[in-house]
Write a protein that binds this ligand. Structure first.
Ligand code: ADP
Ligand code: MG
Length: 409
């Protein structure tokens, strides 16, 4: 691809010798909203201890790669040549993440800082190093071979799911123990190799330290007599005009601001309700959406265009009653006149049967019921989908749940 070649040359040019001496760019592996990721060969891999390479290691835990003392060019060359003559070693691959210059310097700093804080955590992709050239920043990570989620998720057995989610929740536990919210848990940010049954969490571009978001929310134990909540509820258009008035057109209530970063379809209800004190539990919800996707064999499972549609999707499953309780918890209200949203919602087992066509829509025909293993997965899913973040399972608890406990498989 000549366009790609040109793009890579341009990238090498910007960084000059610093990058070309050490890395040989091979190709592009990812292109997102915030970055382009290239695969490259690290030509100077003796810069760090050899024990961080995943490929050969039994223990998947990555040791942090301590940099060796800088040596002169000549020393380095001599050492490289002598090492090459001793043995021809397997090339070492890295992923070079070029963060778009449109990202704010603070955002970039945040990502690099959080990644280095998570150094050495099981199932979290470590940072090897980072470079800056004027306004361009690149992060260098070990290359992790993985398969596109869409190629394997339909074929996964419950056992496969247990292994996959054990790995994901191990990464989440380590991340959450550091008080870090990932904020963008979804299949493309969890690189999984079905052959090796191993995964790593990447992309801390939206991650944040817990508690950096200002005002406490009621769901976090705020006062019941919170004046902000009373004011919001009293001003509510729905209260003033009765529940049948539909969607308010001239909404004069003060708008609320909260971090909504993340990906459509994976946002937890507290994010949609603009809770100002979001916790690590938002990642658990997103992991739940991943499990529902796999169990239902539908990707994307939720497919809303905006937050209001996303609430409608969630309300359809969980029912109006629970949705109202959830809204109230965050000092908001949920009203709807949409006839397809019932009071009680549906149980997740039914939803999975419908979406995998194992149930003819309740017409009395044959139904292939869920196996006991699948039912256990659904019990676990229900714990990830608690609408109240305080009741939702934590990553540490998840690893103790029957569905993920190691001794069961
Ligand atoms: P973005 O912020 O642009 O989403 P990511 O960090 O998620 O950036 O990387 C984008 C894509 O690049 C990933 O979905 C994955 O396909 C690929 N990628 C990122 N890091 C690695 C890695 N260490 N090894 C292999 N591929 C990677
Ligand atoms: Mg990403």
């Amino acid at each position: 691809d000549p366009a790609l070649q040109e793009e890579m040359l341009k990238f090498q040019d910007t960084f000059g010798a610093g990058i070309t001496e050490r890395f040989r760019l091979i190709g592009r592996i990812g292109e997102g909203t915030f970055s382009t990721v290239y695969k490259a060969e690290d030509l100077l891999y003796d810069h760090y201890d050899n024990d961080w390479d995943l490929e050969e290691k039994e223990n998947p835990k990555w040791a942090s790669p301590p940099m060796k003392k800088r040596r002169t060019g000549l020393q380095r060359t001599i050492s490289d040549v002598s090492q090459y003559s001793q043995q021809r070693r397997k090339p070492r691959y890295v992923a070079i993440k070029k963060i778009y210059v449109t990202s704010s310097p603070l955002r970039i700093l945040n990502e690099i800082e959080l990644l280095s804080k998570l150094q050495g955590c099981d199932s979290v992709c470590p940072l090897i190093t980072a470079f800056r050239h004027t306004d361009q920043v690149v992060a260098v990570l070990p290359y992790f071979k993985h398969t596109d989620f869409r190629e394997y998720f339909r074929k996964m057995t419950v056992k496969d799911m247990q292994i996959y989610f054990r790995s994901l929740f191990t990464a989440l536990k380590a991340t959450h123990e550091q008080g870090i919210l990932h904020r963008d848990i979804k299949p493309t940010n969890f690189l999984y190799d079905p052959a090796k049954k191993r995964g790593v969490l990447v992309d801390f571009g939206l991650a944040e330290k817990e508690g950096t978001d200002y005002k406490p929310c009621l769901c976090q134990g705020g006062s019941q007599r919170d004046p902000e909540r009373r004011r919001r509820l009293q001003n509510s258009v729905a209260v003033a005009m009765g529940p049948s008035s539909g969607y308010p057109k001239n909404d004069s209530r003060p708008s609320r601001r909260a971090n909504r970063a993340g990906t459509r379809g994976f946002r937890a209800p507290e994010v949609l309700f603009k809770c100002t004190a979001q916790s690590t539990k938002i990642d658990i919800w997103s992991a739940g959406v991943m499990l529902l996707t796999i169990l239902s064999k539908r990707f994307p499972f939720f497919n809303s265009a905006d937050d209001v549609e996303a609430m409608i999707e969630i309300a359809t499953i969980f029912g109006v009653k629970k949705m109202k309780q959830c809204a109230y918890l965050h000092g908001a209200m949920f009203e709807t006149t949409i006839p397809t949203i019932g009071d009680k919602g549906f149980n997740l087992e039914k939803i999975i049967l419908w979406s995998t066509c194992r149930n003819d829509g309740g017409k009395g025909g044959s139904e292939i019921p869920l196996t006991d293993e699948e039912k256990m997965a659904v019990r676990f899913l229900e714990r990830c989908f608690e609408l109240d973040p305080n009741k939702r399972i934590s990553a540490a608890e998840a690893l103790e749940h029957d569905f993920l406990r190691e001794d069961l498989y």
